[in-house]
Design a protein around this ligand. Sequence first.
Ligand SMILES: [Fe+2]
Length: 570
Amino acid sequence: MFHADSSAAIIEDGEVKFAIAEERLNRIKHYAGFPSLAVQACLDFMGAKITDVHHVAIGQDTDANLAKKLQYTLANPSGILNFVHLRRRKQAMRNVRILLANALGVDHKAMRFREHRVEHHIAHIASAYYCSPWEKAAGFSYDGSGDFVSTMMARCEGTRIDVLNRIFLPQSLGSFYTMICEFIGYNQYGDEGKVMGLAPYGKDTYYEHLRQIVGLNNGSFRLDIDYFKPLGSNQGMQVLPDGTVRLARHFSDKMVKDFGEPRQPRTEITRREMDLACAMQQRFEEVFFHLLNQLHKRVPVDLLAMAGGCALNSVANGKLFDRTPFRHTWIQPAAGDEGLAIGAALYTYHTILDQPHRHAMKHSYFGPEFSDSRIERALKENNLRYRKLERTPLLESVANQLAAGAVVGWFQGRMEWGPRALGNRSILAHPGLASMKDVLNARVKHREWFRPFAPSILAERQHEYFEHDHPSPFMLHVYKIRPEKREQLCAVNHVDGTGRLQSVASQENPLYYDLIRSFKQETGIPVLLNTSFNENEPIVCTPQEAIDCFKRTHMDALAIGPFLVFRSEN
Ligand SMILES: [Fe+2]
């Protein structure tokens, strides 16, 4: 709450039942206020009231690492005002009972829950380890910052998470990445993922220079802070009164002195931006692997449980099997800060309440779903012509459309938890048509030319198409596509011959799996192009939002529950 990607999750007897980011409900991207609608949605799903809830856990502990915060502030007196402002703001939002009572319209005296605060990065690691099927793992979390820490390493065993190391601000690999992204004109919260796609277009011209900015340091790393603005309010992120998030400027004048004027957003991307993106990604990976190798020395197992915003760097994730001793990853699908809701709840359950019974998270479909009658009502209210189909004819019709080059909105079942659309709120297309990327960008998605689209592949066929067979169920790994398959997958093959794949197993999403299989029967390709169902907005949640997006853009068809809508008939 009061942090970008505010969210809520509800667990019962250690099992995640429902989880959602507030942005999906109030439609404000990366919303950073109080997650009122998300809390209400959790309760509605359970058929419960807030008075039924026994424990409320928050993935933020303003008292954690206080000594380090003070130490930094005293050494950097210019930051004292910010520090005081930050503490005051945080004090104001401490009373969760009042906040919940106001959000839900209940008397705060009627609530009987116990309240728990879990340090930011412990919650991140908990969101990965407790959801993994493992009894022992190395835990790793890294991001811009949370509770004054940017990186945490832990030994996870049974129900315990033992913190081995914290890297404190201003040292932050996430801030380094954000700083360069801002400098090259990507200055919105969450833009880092876009720049990752730009990196392979560049050369390593600035590699030596960036190596000076982030040095390796005996199992850790060290930023040259002359290139960074001193820490500001909320550690580089401003939350505006309407709950939207704005990044404070991260780079200092020294960046301008060394590299020239920063690129203004929406201006032409030059060689310099590509080369900076390339060197940044390269240096980021090196430091990441250095940290992981250090972690492995202290926790010598080959299982890695990971979260934190930087864990969304799927390019780095895809390489770690070759560059570190880790052989298996379990990365929380909501690796960014919305995932803290699940992590804080599971940490409370297992560690604070000492409950041993674990539930592995096998999919990410923890959001709302809508009945056929509700969907049909929305179609009627929008005066759309549609047909209702049984499962097999629906799959065959959609596969047939996709094979013929159509762009299809695919809205099914429960919405995904986390930033990726994984086949329930997706826009789908043929992955082997050379023009498809341009078609999607011109008609539907309007994204930057350099951003790749992602492939969803039948899990058992992954090794035939990709050079790695470690599964990527949550689209969190980028692997090389085998050279002989790149033409067949040309619409999802990035400039460096890679793809950020989703491996789809039948037991995780049977309907989506069978759709890909139907497409394979038509085309011989066990892969679909999968991009999120949205257009410059949070991913659609409700049938009405899907219909609005379908009408606004130029999709050819919409498969929404058992109903199929064709643009040509409307
Ligand atoms: Fe975080």
